[in-house]
Design a protein around this ligand. Structure first.
Ligand SMILES: *Cc1c(COP(=O)(O)O)cnc(C)c1O
Length: 226
């Protein structure tokens, strides 16, 4: 086995172990392999080890990789910060966008999504407690944004995403993930039908799976340090 193949297997095992602890089915958790900064050959190698969903954070870099890998049936997720002048490239080339935190960006993505493609799957990024970055909608503004995004025709609002501040203390990793799950459940009680919690990275994927993650975004544990 190559390093990428054995790393992938180790990550799948870790997801399955955390799912078992939580009484969850591993199939309910999608592994998104975050390939940013790694070349197309690394993605190809992961594909041959059974991986089909890939996450990218930089539009320019991603477009080159998507083009180089057109021969493979891959599903591309945009997980980086979204600039207004990049929404068309994102709407035309990705299946999912995880970091939407403003209505204006969502409106552009919907308007620019080609009609011959299925609706673009969207997760709203929420700034949960302890989140490092300044991006993400405030939890108490998530409902309003979600209701507005859910009405946009070429988008399909799937759920919520968060990037909590890294912590080596496993106990401290749980609360922000639990907060995101509770917010998702609350929005569903208000009539939305969100099936996705995009949370958990290389260092905290077990806690995220235990708290209900349906997509874990894992880079360095698969491809190596960046
Ligand atoms: C880079 C990145 C990841 C992957 O992080 P690792 O620590 O390498 O697993 C996940 N999510 C987002 C939004 C990222 O930018």
């Amino acid at each position: 086995m190559t390093t990428i193949a054995s790393n992938l297997q180790a990550v799948r095992n870790a997801v399955a172990a955390a799912a078992a602890v939580a009484g969850r089915v591993p199939d309910d958790i999608t592994l998104l392999a975050v390939s940013k900064t790694f070349p197309p050959e690394a993605v190809r190698e992961a594909y041959h080890a059974g991986q089909t969903a890939f996450g990218e954070s930089y539009v320019q870099e991603a477009l080159g990789k998507i083009e180089a890998l057109r021969d493979l049936p891959l599903e591309w997720h945009f997980i980086g910060p979204i600039q207004s002048n990049k929404t068309r490239a994102i709407a035309e080339n990705f299946a999912w966008v995880h970091g939407v935190d403003r209505l204006k960006i969502a409106e552009r993505l919907s308007a620019q999504r080609p009609l011959n493609l299925p609706p673009l799957n969207i997760c709203l990024q929420v700034n949960v407690s302890g989140e490092d970055s300044k991006s993400g909608v405030a939890p108490d503004e998530a409902a309003g944004l979600a209701q507005a995004v859910a009405r946009l025709p070429q988008l399909r609002l799937r759920g919520l995403m968060a990037i909590p501040a890294p912590s080596d203390d496993v106990a401290a990793q749980h609360p922000p993930f639990a907060q995101l799950r509770k917010l998702r459940d609350q929005l569903n009680r208000q009539g939305l039908t969100l099936d996705t919690l995009s949370m958990g990275m290389s260092h905290d994927l077990a806690a995220a799976v235990m708290e209900g993650a349906t997509i874990v975004r894992v880079g360095s544990a698969i491809f190596g340090e960046r």
